[in-house]
Design a protein around this ligand. Sequence first.
Ligand code: PLP
Length: 236
Amino acid sequence: MNPSETAALGERLEAVRERIAKAARIAGRKPEEVRLIAVSKLHPVEAIRAAFGFGQRVFGENYVQEALSKQDAITDLDIEWHCIGHVQTNKAKDVTGRFALIHTVDNLKFAETLDRRLPEGKDAQRVLIQVNIGNEPQKAGVDEHELPALAEAVMALPRIKVCGLMCLPPFFDDGEAARPYFARLRELRDDLETRLGVRLPELSMGMSGDCVQAVEEGATFVRVGTDIFGPRPVKG
Ligand SMILES: *Cc1c(COP(=O)(O)O)cnc(C)c1O
């Protein structure tokens, strides 16, 4: 990255931060209740280093191999890595213990493998349960009717800590169209807390096109890629 590309990244990052802070204030929330995950998938390590230089500490990656090789390439920076992509159960052993938070637990087998394969001596693996909030056949995520049973089963695993819910609503051009799905995820979370008598503080929802609406509906993590790093290179 040349200096002008780096400067442009810094400006985009700052604009996203301001957008999120403003949405939080409008909703009567404190801006620090919302954490920005910079989604760096398919962008080079240099882009991550540049964003880190502008104070960004939390990064989200989607693809297991790419994420792990980036982690290995950036051991000198204190980055909080989040796994936000769908992970096949046979790769659970590769991700467990390597991310501060895994957002995409949607079946018990995956969670059981995370639990069983977590290296000795590590703290419990923190996870979110991904809900298929738009009921889309092609999308990952547990069906909302199966959510309580899954959440209860995953919470029973000794080395897994369930922290909340994540969703990826149907894609719309207009962020307002996603709002009802965000409201629904929060409602599902509230119901689960009551039903199971637990605290599930985290809601991971909202991307470049709809992070404002997500924050207004209660997001504690927003996952923003394009508006920080620019358009993504095509996956090779
Ligand atoms: C890629 C991705 C994002 C970021 O999307 P942008 O539209 O580039 O902000 C957020 N969440 C998930 C799960 C993703 O896969």
